[in-house]
Design a protein around this ligand. Structure first.
Ligand code: ZN
Length: 136
């Protein structure tokens, strides 16, 4: 459920970025959509690891797929003030940086010090670098 809430906020970030401008919206949308595959994978895996049935895990995956669309659509209902928009996007970026640097990467490399973990970390960074390059 937390992953679904997170994905809804991903969608809000897309909508908020489009309120800044089309270029910013496209860049944020591409970055969010690119990482949403990992969100879906994590949603299914976490739901399964906590002992839930496959049917429930798939239901959570569907909810996780709908959440960003609903989050982005919700921003059509309001305009975020210019000052708050930068603060929101800064907060969103900071939260993602913290999660990646302080939680996800240390956990990935803690009990899995394999070469494949390192290669996948580098491949993930290269993939996002490519997405950002395409979006600009
Ligand atoms: Zn996400």
């Amino acid at each position: 459920a937390a992953m679904v809430g997170h994905s809804a906020m991903d969608g809000v970030a897309i909508g908020a970025a489009f309120q800044v401008g089309g270029g910013m919206g496209t860049a944020v949308a591409m970055a969010v959509i690119a990482h949403d595959f990992a969100d879906g994978f994590n949603t299914y895996t976490l739901t399964s690891l906590y002992g839930n049935a496959r049917r429930r895990a798939i239901a959570m995956l569907v909810a996780d797929a709908i959440a960003p669309v609903a989050g982005a659509a919700s921003t059509l209902l309001f305009t975020i003030p210019e000052g708050a928009l930068g603060a929101y996007l800064g907060l969103f970026g900071g939260v993602l940086l913290y999660l990646a640097a302080a939680e996800i990467l240390p956990e990935a490399h803690h009990e899995h010090p394999a070469r494949s973990t390192l290669l996948c970390t580098v491949a993930g960074a290269a993939f996002i670098w490519l997405v950002v390059g395409i979006a600009e």
